[in-house]
Write a protein that binds this ligand. Structure first.
Ligand code: FE
Length: 254
C-alpha cells in the first residue's frame, strides 16, 4: 500500500518531533500494510518552509535510519505546498517537489477557511504546463465542505483531489466524515492518504479507511484509488472514474 501524504520526517514541521517519533510512525505504517511513503512536509504554510533540496536531504537521512533497522519501508520525497501567489516562481527556482520525478503532480493545500480567488488562474497556468495540482483534504476546507460541488470546476480542468483517511473513519467528527463519504460516493476525490502526523496524534487510519470504503462502496472503489496513487507516484496518466454532482433536495420531506 502507498501513502501519498505523511509528515514522517523528524523535526521539520508539526509531524514527527524527532527520530524516535519518525521510527514509531514507520513501524505503525508497516503494521498497516504500507510499503511506500511520500514524505510531504508543510511548505510555505505560514509556519514552515521546507524547500526541495532540504526535503531531499531529510528523506535520504531518514531512509538510512530505516534501512539500518531493517524496517521495510521506502520513502519518496514530496511536499505539501500551501497555495500562495509564488508557486510558479518557486517551481522555477527549484524549491518545489512534485510527487513524481517527472514533475507532473503536486500536492496543494488551501487555507482551512478559504479557496483564494487566484486559485483558478494558478491552476490554469499549471495545467498549461502539463502539471496536475492535487487538492489535499478538501473535506476539511470550509468552502468545499459548504458545497463539495465546488470541486467540479477544478476537476474539469484536470486537477485531482485527495481525501484524508482519518476523515473517512470519523476521527475529525461526524460532519467531516459525512462530507468525506459524500465526496467518495460522488467520486469527487480520486485518492486517499493518511496525512499522518504521529502515532499519538493524527495517526494513519489508512487501512481502516480502505476497509470502511470497501464496505460502503465495494472493492472497485478501493482498487481504483490505489491505482491512482500508483500513477501519481510514477507520473503516469490517471484514469479517473466519472464524478457526479451532489444534487440538493428541493423537497426535503419527500
Ligand atoms: Fe498534511
Amino acid at each position: 500500500m502507498l501513502d501519498l501524504h505523511c509528515h514522517i520526517l523528524p523535526g521539520v514541521d508539526d509531524g514527527a518531533e524527532d527520530l524516535a517519533a519518525s521510527l514509531a510512525m514507520a513501524e505503525k505504517a508497516i503494521s498497516q500494510g504500507i510499503t511506500h511513503i511520500l514524505c510531504t512536509p508543510h511548505h510555505n504554510n505560514g509556519k514552515y518552509v521546507n524547500p526541495k533540496s532540504f526535503v531531499m536531504e531529510q528523506v535520504k537521512n531518514l531512509q538510512m535510519e530505516l534501512d539500518k533497522r531493517q524496517l521495510p519501508l521506502t520513502l519518496f520525497e514530496g511536499q505539501e505546498v500551501r497555495i500562495t501567489g509564488d508557486v510558479l516562481e518557486e517551481i522555477q527556482q527549484e524549491r518545489i517537489l512534485f510527487t513524481d520525478i517527472g514533475n507532473t503532480y503536486l500536492l496543494i493545500e488551501f487555507p482551512t477557511m478559504d479557496v483564494p480567488a487566484y486559485t483558478e488562474q494558478l491552476f490554469f497556468d499549471l495545467r498549461a504546463r502539463g502539471q496536475v495540482p492535487i487538492i489535499v483534504h478538501p473535506e476539511r476546507n470550509a468552502k468545499f465542505r459548504e458545497d463539495p460541488n465546488r470541486l467540479i470546476p477544478f476537476l474539469e480542468m484536470g486537477c485531482l483531489a485527495q481525501l484524508t483517511a482519518p476523515s473517512y473513519v470519523g476521527i475529525f467528527g461526524k460532519s467531516i466524515q459525512k462530507t468525506a463519504k459524500q465526496m467518495v460516493k460522488q467520486r469527487l476525490v480520486q485518492m486517499v492518504a493518511s496525512d499522518a502526523h504521529g502515532v499519538h496524534k493524527r495517526n494513519f487510519y489508512l487501512k481502516e479507511a480502505f476497509e470502511a470504503m470497501e464496505n460502503d462502496f465495494g472493492s472497485e472503489y478501493v482498487q481504483q484509488m490505489e491505482q491512482v496513487a500508483k500513477d501519481v507516484i510514477n507520473g503516469d496518466a490517471t484514469e479517473i472514474p466519472e464524478y457526479t454532482e451532489i444534487r440538493k433536495k428541493k423537497f426535503g420531506l419527500f
